[in-house]
Unconditional design. Structure first.
Length: 118
């Protein structure tokens, strides 16, 4: 009987480990969400980094420059992305998210300090 209990416990441990592994694999990247320089810009689609919200998903970025799909991506402290922006070509983007704040460098321009939108 003790043998069956041990087998049951081992199977339960494997099931819990599998669920935890799957949930961490599905966890969103820290940069995913809606970001803006000022809260009043959170719903805007302006034409500059100061007047447009940045909308980031696991596979795309939408900002003042338009829609871009994420091509190559690697992570160190920040996330470095090669974004494919249609006719505008490829753009290098750095996303350095720390909690509710993120520093964004778009196409080697001035780094913008953003906050997560509510």
């Amino acid at each position: 009987m003790k043998c069956l209990q041990r087998v049951g416990c081992a199977m339960s441990a494997v099931a819990v480990s599998s669920v935890l592994a799957m949930s961490s694999a599905l966890a969103a990247e820290a940069f995913v969400g809606r970001w803006a320089v000022k809260p009043e810009v959170c719903g805007a689609r302006g034409e500059t980094p100061q007047t447009a919200a940045l909308v980031a998903t696991d596979n795309s970025l939408w900002w003042f420059d338009g829609y871009c799909s994420i091509g190559k991506m690697y992570k160190l402290k920040a996330v470095y992305v090669q974004a494919h922006c249609g006719p505008k070509g490829d753009v290098s983007v750095t996303l350095d998210a720390q909690g509710d704040r993120m520093k964004v460098t778009w196409n080697r321009a001035k780094t913008e300090e953003m906050r997560r939108c509510p």
